[in-house]
Structure formats: structure tokens, C-alpha cells
Design a protein around this ligand. Structure first.
Ligand SMILES: [Zn+2]
Length: 163
């Protein structure tokens, strides 16, 4: 009975979608920095809100931080928690700021199956839950990881010139 098989397939698909919604951590709460949606909208620019709170992805090459290679610290645009040291940044050629490793404890990850066939690992700030980007296992040494970040979700704090 092909019709019944199709229905079962659709039910399976629905179950997968229900089980893999892209915002599990926030729904469960538990972040040190939490705001209502209205508060986030007043704190962030529209572009920052779209990425950090709604999992949008900025256009490749749109962030000046993709071409920023001075020493310093990249912090979360939502809560200013330090996320990446510039020493771990590399030019991935993707048009997005890319890093080999985060600062210890700075990020959390979740499974992102919104594209169904293509499973990605979502990366968010461990302090406010803001969506930052994704991590892929095709980065350079020493970790082999490529943390592909939205520049608009980051604040760059250059190292002091005198330091
Ligand atoms: Zn944050």
C-alpha cells in the first residue's frame, strides 16, 4: 500500500522536524544573561538581532571582521563575553570570520538539522545563548575545526597598542 507508506514517511519526517528545532538551549533556559524578545530588540541592531536571536546568516563577505587580523579578542555582540582570541583566527576564504578554537567555556553547540539532509553543528554563546554560527570539521591545524562565525554577532576588541 504505497499511500500508507507515504503517510508513514511523512509522519517520520514530522517527528524529525519536531525533535530538532534549532533553539533547544534557549527554550530550556538556563543562560546567565537572558532578556525578553523586546529587550533584545532594543539592545541589538536589526542585523544583530536577526543573527543572534533568529539564527539568520549574514551575507558572505558583508562583515569587515572577515578581513580583521590584528591581535585582540572577539566577544559576543549580545553580552560581550570573550569568545575567540585573534591568535586562533584564520582566513578561510569563505567571507565569514573563521577560527580554529574558541576560548574555553565560551560557546555551546547544538545539532542543527534544519536543512534535513545536511547536519550542521550550531554554535552559540554560552552566556546569553546568542546564535553565532556553525562549526565544521574541515579546518586547519592544530584543531582541524572551522568555527564559521557571523561577523555581526561579534565585537572585536583590539589588543592595546602599548600592551
Ligand atoms: Zn553572549
Amino acid at each position: 500500500m504505497p499511500a500508507r507508506r507515504e503517510v508513514l514517511k511523512l509522519m517520520g519526517l514530522a517527528a524529525v522536524l519536531a525533535a530538532t528545532r534549532p533553539w533547544p538551549a534557549t527554550a530550556a533556559g538556563g543562560f546567565a544573561v537572558m532578556h525578553s524578545e523586546a529587550e533584545w530588540r532594543s539592545l541589538l541592531s536589526p542585523a544583530q538581532f536577526a543573527v543572534l536571536r533568529e539564527h539568520e546568516t549574514e551575507t558572505a563577505g558583508s562583515s569587515p571582521l572577515a578581513h580583521e587580523f590584528r591581535p585582540g579578542i572577539y566577544a559576543c555582540a549580545g553580552c560581550d563575553q570573550p569568545l575567540y582570541d585573534a591568535a586562533t583566527k584564520f582566513d578561510s576564504g569563505t567571507g565569514w570570520p573563521s577560527f580554529t578554537a574558541p576560548i574555553a567555556g565560551a560557546i555551546g553547540t547544538s545539532r542543527d538539522r534544519t536543512l534535513l539532509i545536511f547536519t550542521r553543528t550550531e554554535v552559540h554563546c554560552s552566556r546569553c545563548g546568542g546564535h553565532l554560527g556553525h562549526v565544521f570539521p574541515d579546518g586547519p591545524p592544530p584543531t582541524g575545526q572551522r568555527y564559521c562565525m557571523n561577523g555581526v554577532a561579534l565585537l572585536f576588541h583590539p589588543a592595546s597598542a602599548t600592551g
